[in-house]
Design a protein around this ligand. Sequence first.
Ligand SMILES: [Zn+2]
Length: 258
Amino acid sequence: MNKLLIGLESSSLMPLIAITPLSQDCYETIWEELFHNSFIIHRDSLAELRTIFEFSANTFFSNPIARMQKLRDISLWKGLTPKGVAIKLLLDGQAGGWIGNKNSRVQTFFFSDVIDSMDDSITDLQEFCNIVVGRMKAKVDHFNHLTTPQNNILVIDLKNALPYWGYHNVSADFLEENRPLTVQVQEDCASIDMFMDKRLPARRDAFHYHMLTQEHVDLLLVGDANFESNICRCAQCIKCSPSIRILTNKRRNDLLNL
Ligand SMILES: [Zn+2]
């Protein structure tokens, strides 16, 4: 059977690094249908994922670790535990958004298992703060490690997928999958400056599409519902126009009978 060249980008890699409502669809699409093919991704897609925990303003409102450090300045009142206060602090940032951006809802998904890991016997907020902040930083380091290639290869082992939105979003097959996926990481073959006329989220979609098209991929797998409206329309991209498959949350909804 001829091998297809399949392009991944930030939005289709994220569901394999950390569990989201798109993870089940991403898993079934790759492991059940496309696994024997070749997969590539560009360095900028990995770099984009690593910006999730970089904060230019680095304020209480943007950075969940800065919010958690407020535990040092507050007191426990009326039956709340350090864990309860910690969850409220995580939620008390910027609103909005869906999977990987800098809003407090998705940050709370990301760090809720860190809060869960804390020992219930710790009632001193200073001690709780020191430990939880250390574990949050370790989780960010772990996420960044999972998105950093070795010798231009990213090996994705689903056993390492971070809990993020919760294990209820994926099947037992996902959690027990033992075939690692090998993804070739390509050097960026264009400059994002080509797309400065586009607004920020669309700019990176167009950039990734353009670079994958330059590599002559047969199929692009993406997790961003708006991806097709953001693609590059240069002469070369129009000529090649690879197929685009958009991941959805339907398969996790089926799992949960939603
Ligand atoms: Zn193009």
